[in-house]
Design a protein around this ligand. Structure first.
Ligand SMILES: Nc1nc2c(ncn2[C@@H]2O[C@H](COP(=O)(O)OP(=O)(O)OP(=O)(O)O)[C@@H](O)[C@H]2O)c(=O)[nH]1
Ligand SMILES: [Mg+2]
Length: 419
């Protein structure tokens, strides 16, 4: 199921192509991250090649000359695999493998590989497998005509059908099965979410760049025992815990998968249901590693993933973490009004975060009471859609609703408010 051989540490040549608007600096930074990713996947960087191009070569991504340089580098360092930071089309990948005589993969494959290693829950495993198969499907290649001309088992293989078609069909069948199984699990998850909403507990999701300290913070806040590691994508399976805030309120706090630059869209698709926890949250705590080389770039990467999954509108509270090892932490926090500076390891600032979460939630939602006449089913539906209905009682000619609404909602339904 994996793409990188873990029996031994493979030697890898990294390739980054700067295509405008990306500059060489950004490409180097992205390659540094790719080096961390392949290290997490269990391999070592043996060499790296950077090129600037206006557009990718349709056949080989890099130009002809650069492809020869790349081959020379592979031979010089005795590389096992070449990893492109840019996403390759199946045809480019095939052509490059022919030239290099070794496997050529891209960043997407590396990330999928790490996820495959780290998924433990049933749902997580299915999601990763689905993402991997969708990545593989267009990359299936024939095993040559010789195989395809062999007589198949009677009934199993039609005349002249190639091994490639058989493989393709098998893959497609598996994909359909996975989609089906995941749909069942999704239904469960949606039911759980509804139950939580009925319990009327606000939900808060920890989001952020991979390795920012989300799991450490969840553990610190709720004494959960989520795995914490100094490597990328430690968390693939989300965990939710109850958290009691300083003001006495209880909220549900979820840990989620970390984000990274260029998170593969196959993964975002496959993890849709997990990521719905983020989309449906009342508040996001965006955890930022204040000790990172470029925290602002990581924040931008996180926000672009949030946008991609449709969570751009969810209110966000910035939490600058690792204050114990980040000399720049204070300056960062000052530059972002309303943010909190903390250390999930030493506990410094963690209480302040709890207070900030409670304040933000209070500002976001107030519990109001409405009386909606039966003929205004439209209003009742809108309240359900926009707010969180806590109780509903049916009188002789109207419904009495207690609901949590934000300020905008509360003013929109002004004429139905009571008390
Ligand atoms: N010095 C310091 N290290 C921290 C702090 N918070 C987390 N770490 C370390 O940062 C590393 C990553 O922490 P995790 O909690 O696994 O990070 P994460 O955001 O859950 O990462 P993924 O699940 O991989 O996305 C671990 O080695 C932690 O010990 C902190 O406040 N200070
Ligand atoms: Mg984690």
């Amino acid at each position: 199921m994996t793409l990188i051989d873990r029996q031994q540490r493979e030697r890898i040549v990294l390739v980054g192509v700067a295509i405008p608007p990306a500059g060489l600096d950004g490409t180097e930074a992205s390659l540094d991250e790719l080096a961390l990713l392949i290290d997490t996947a269990g391999a070592d960087e043996a060499d790296r090649i950077v090129q600037r191009r206006d557009r990718p070569d349709p056949a080989t991504f890099v130009g002809k000359g650069k492809a020869q340089d790349l081959l020379a580098s592979c031979l010089a360092v005795d590389a096992d695999t070449v990893v492109f930071d840019n996403e390759l089309t199946p045809a480019q990948q095939r052509n490059l493998e022919k030239i290099m005589g070794r496997s050529v993969i891209d960043r997407t494959a590396v990330i999928l590989d790490i996820f495959a290693q780290h998924a433990h829950s049933q749902e997580g495993k299915l999601q990763v497998e689905l993402a991997l198969l969708r990545y593989r499907l267009p990359r299936l290649r024939g095993r040559g005509l010789a195989l395809s001309q062999q007589a198949g088992h009677i009934g199993a293989r039609g005349p002249g059908e190639t091994q490639l078609e058989v493989d393709r069909r098998r893959l497609l069948r598996r994909i359909t099965k996975l989609e089906h199984d995941l749909k069942d699990l999704n239904r469960n998850r949606a039911t759980q979410r509804k139950a939580r909403r009925r319990a009327a507990l606000p939900s808060v999701a920890l989001v952020g760049y991979t390795n920012a300290g989300k799991s450490t913070l969840l553990n610190r806040l709720t004494s959960a025992d989520v795995v914490v590691e100094d490597r990328l994508f430690s968390t693939v399976d989300p965990t939710t815990r109850r958290l009691n805030l300083p003001g006495g309120e209880t909220v549900l706090l979820s840990d989620t998968v970390g984000f990274v630059r260029k998170l593969p869209h196959q993964l975002v698709e496959a993890f849709r249901s997990t990521l719905d926890e983020v989309v449906d949250a009342d508040l996001l705590v965006h955890v930022v590693d204040a000790s990172a080389d470029d925290p602002r770039e990581q924040m931008a990467a996180v926000r672009s993933v949030l946008e991609e999954i449709g969570a751009a509108e969810v209110p966000e509270l910035l939490a600058f973490n690792k204050s114990d090892i980040a000399p720049e932490g204070k300056r960062l926090a000052d530059r972002h009004p309303g943010s909190v500076l903390l250390s999930a390891v030493t506990g410094e600032g963690v209480d302040a975060l709890g207070t900030a979460i409670a304040e933000r939630l209070r500002a976001l939602a107030q519990v109001v009471e409405l009386v909606v006449p039966y003929e205004r089913g439209d209003v009742l539906a809108a309240v359900h859609r926009e707010g969180e209905v806590l109780t509903e009682a049916h009188g002789p000619d109207a419904t009495r609703v207690r609901a949590r609404l934000d300020e905008v909602g509360a003013s929109r339904f002004r004429e139905f408010l009571v008390g």
